[in-house]
Design a protein around this ligand. Sequence first.
Ligand code: HEM
Ligand code: SF4
Length: 565
Amino acid sequence: MTDDVSRNERIKEASNYLRGTLEQGLREEITGAIVEDDQQLVKFHGLYLQDDRDLRPERTRKKMEKAFAFMIRVRISGGVLTPAQWLALDQIARDYGNGTMKLTTRQTVQLHGVIKSNLKAMMQRIDAVLLNTIAACGDVNRNVMCNPNPHQSRAHGEALELAHKISDHLLPRTPAYREIWLDGERIAGGEDEVVEPIYGKTYLPRKFKVVLAVPPSNDVDIFAHDLGYIAILDEAGSVTGWNVTVGGGMGMTHGEPDTYPRTADVMGHCETRDAVAIAEAVVTVQRDWGDRLNRKHARLKYTIEDRGLDAFRAEVERRAGVLLAPAKPFQFTSTGDRYGWSAGADGRSHLTLYVQNGRLFEKQMSALRRIAQGHDGDFRITPNQHLIIANIPVEKQKEIHWLAVENGLLAPWSGLRRNSMACVALPTCGLALAESERYLPDLVTALDARLAAHGLSADDIVIRMTGCPNGCARPYLAEIGLVGKGPGRYNLYLGAAFDGSRLSKLYAEDIEHDAIIAALDPLFAAYAASRQKGERFGDFTIRAGFVAATGNGRDFHANVGKQRV
Ligand code: HEM
Ligand code: SF4
């Protein structure tokens, strides 16, 4: 490896396939943290070292170590859990975590606040219910997402099956996880191709995210991800093949125009039997072509911007030994969830619950425990941080319905709140510049008052907030996007498409609560007064000239300012 690679590349290479000095670090009692290099490696094991930022000032004053604790992200491809798995995660959150659970925008569960000395016991409990946290974070393929809505049963089943196949195929093979967490047998690191045939010693240049969508729902936000598969259906609702998308990604850095969110390109169409080979080829081309010098330029989206889609496609086809056909027509209508009851083809019913920002507190957790204890269907986490209780037999429906009603798990009436989403941010996320999950509910209340004044309360408008520009709640694909700039301050983005196909544009910079409302109120008024039939808020803000439409990639930062307030 040459001298100018990024620091993370050196850490990976020296780690002996993700072992580093984690085992020793876990035993070290003098600190609640682990050494810096291991902090990077532990992500590949699904863990993030964090500290409670609410407690930082006091602990600094008292000259105490930061209140270190780990965040744990479980690997749940397609977001489907059995009731036993749900109950185990609930128990772990209460025994070892901070007593809450976060359903995430990528269909997993995150638990916060686990101290180092409890990590190993926790990982063993996760393993005992046949779950793991391998590659939930880190420079590897992460959790594979898939439309979880069982009312589209046939295509959904096929998509979930492919999601599992891709997930399994792209899983790191290093035995480090079993060794460190599960006291597995020590296996010495061998040749690259033996230990990690797909990734090699240094894994990928950056994280990698795969999703599968079943139109007309784009709930997975396919265009936000590195690699995506859009199901092409026949008239009977069976999958005939997949359009393949590449090069989506959200993250950017304030003030650095070379970084930008990008919507994925549709690269072509493949048969189901070739989908895994295509996934492997996309991963290995990115492994070899991706930028290992600059982590801010290392995602697949930049590889495709730099090399061009045609060259990328040709190399993928060559490596996979598959020629992609031209993409087939498809149509998405929305990115949101369908709340409430829906009936499956087999007569069973499914209930989509509303979980504000994906955060479950004890009240909701205990209701869900009761559901899980008497239920043999499954729990499906949606890409919008909500939860579907699937396959509910008729005799259970009333009880489950009332548990949901009594515990605030039915969808709210406001169209804005139904379509709101926030990342974690403070107090756990070390990268947060501003509040997100703890603030968005109040902002929505204030905006709802303005929407009500304009008769827009019931209209579906997508609003998303993140505490920093990394974009974990995909704010650049929201009709109203708010991205943290500093404490209490946000950039406001407008003009994304309701179906998730077009990015937004910066509209107002570095504004506080009152200014956010003052900026949006006249837009709501104009929308109520002059929208066309069926016109979505995001489309309206463009037609009415409030923001320019964003094309792709570098265009995100273009034409900003001329329409700004
Ligand atoms: C450069 C980019 C990024 C970095 C460094 C980053 C880092 C992080 C960190 C540290 C957390 C943990 C926060 C906490 O739980 O306290 C987190 C959460 C999360 N991130 Fe990211 N992230 C990035 C971009 C993204 C993007 C683009 C997505 C999705 C498209 C994403 C998806 C998630 C999800 C699903 C969570 C869990 C919480 C939630 O649902 O909001 N991240 N990220
Ligand atoms: S968007 Fe930023 S603040 Fe929010 S969870 Fe992701 S990294 Fe943290």
